[in-house]
Design a binder for this molecule. Sequence first.
Ligand code: SF4
Length: 325
Amino acid sequence: MGTVQDVRIAKRTGFCYGVREAIDKAKESAAAGKSTHTLGQVVHNDGVVRELQDLGIQTVEALDDVDHGAAVVIRAHGVRPDVLARAEARGLEVIDGTCTWVIAEQRELRKLVDEGYTIVLLGTPNHPEVVGLLGFAPDVIVVDEEPEWDAAIPRRKKLALISQSTQPPWKFEKLAAMMVSRSHELKIVNTVCPVTIRRQEDTVELAREVDLMVVVGGRSSANTKELTRLCEIVGTRAIQIQGVADLTDAAVFAKARVVGVTGGTSTPIEDLRDVVRWIYANAGTSAIAADAEALADAALAGAATPAGRTTSLPTPGRVTASGAA
Ligand code: SF4
């Protein structure tokens, strides 16, 4: 038997509201009996994509894969404006799940273009949100890691800085400071999403209380990697996994008494509960391992109010592709 006595979930985890809204919109459309598609995976989480497929919602990579008259859900990251126009021109019902924060970001970017700034966007090249933003400002200079900043950022009279929503705030601030000496006038539009910031704060708070952190999220998810990095900065060992299936060896929890669990913005909070249950059952002390199920539910209840959970819509009778419940 193991040593773990307590497993806690970070307070504000689960899907961010943008992702949750887009998923809910897709579910509502399918429940209304519409042939529903999402343009790209609505979230990079296999379990969620499977659940949507079971509800008859298909993921397509191109608008050409959607039949005339069918519904297409734009995911939270948003798309280039010409994609929206093409969807409408093809006679599709566009259900815009673009997060309100991302819409604000797109609006700000367009304003910067109109005002004549040379614009620097802190973001991950080829990330769908960045690709969408480039549709509003094709000449924007996208920069990501610090070593590339110096060569990429020119000296200009009017420079502006804006960010992809999930970039770490410290990186944005550092880049802003660096850009001060490159311009006569520097306009900074802080579009780092508050949900990202709160999640990082809650993760750090939990990491300070525990012996080991488990960070759950996509391997290539930048916001998940950042959570792992922050845990390590506060001096707490952290392991990053995609989901409970990656936990195969309880030895990783050897000597840990209190374990913390957190997740990226695309990780359903129910996945965190599954991880908690596994830890209790496989690495918990003999006194508590038998109660793993109930303890995991309690950890979930302690982390989020029902309204703050991933699944804001109940999954009623399963709706199949043919619309049968
Ligand atoms: S991280 Fe923030 S901006 Fe991005 S989709 Fe989620 S809520 Fe919206």
